[in-house]
Ligand binder design. Structure first.
Ligand code: FES
Length: 152
């Protein structure tokens, strides 16, 4: 096999190309940090978003008390989807109504914002703390192996 020497210019071009590729890798990896909503083929309806519970990303929602963050259209911060009971689900913004911090996932039926210790119930209703309003809530229902969220 014949070896070919690389020119200084080629080396520089290859280095720039690999740096450009490295620039985009963190963005691709970052998209895996949040559980991104998927619209299932069967669940497309105007003004709704459907989360497939057979998707491992949403497996915590198969059990009562399970909760995940998820991105939905039109919201700059993720929502929290919380399986309140076998037949009920609550969906509400993770953006605290006090000063906008991201609230924690529900634990023992309460959602805490650690910025200034506001506390909400498992459906996003304000219980105590400096926040004066409930978290923004969305209508949602369980439909077979999916959760359907009304976006309006
Ligand atoms: S931002 Fe949540 S309590 Fe202040």
């Amino acid at each position: 096999m014949k070896e070919r020497k690389i020119t200084r210019r080629e080396l520089l071009e290859r280095t720039i190309a690999s740096c450009a590729a490295c620039t985009f890798v963190p963005f691709l990896l970052a998209s895996g940090d949040e559980r991104i909503a998927k619209v299932t083929d069967a669940g497309i309806e105007a003004g709704t978003m459907t989360f497939d519970l057979t998707d491992p990303a949403y497996s915590p929602l198969r059990k009562t008390g399970g909760a995940v963050y998820a991105n939905i259209e039109g919201e700059s911060q993720p929502v929290i989807i919380h399986r309140v009971s076998e037949s009920e689900v609550a969906v509400f913004s993770s953006r605290c109504t006090h000063a906008g911090c991201k609230v924690e996932l529900p634990k023992a039926g309460e959602v805490v914002c650690h910025c200034h210790n506001s506390v909400f119930d498992g459906a996003g209703k304000r219980l105590r703390g400096p926040a004066s309003r409930d978290l923004k809530r969305f209508e949602a229902r369980i439909q077979q192996d999916s959760i359907v969220v009304n976006l309006s």
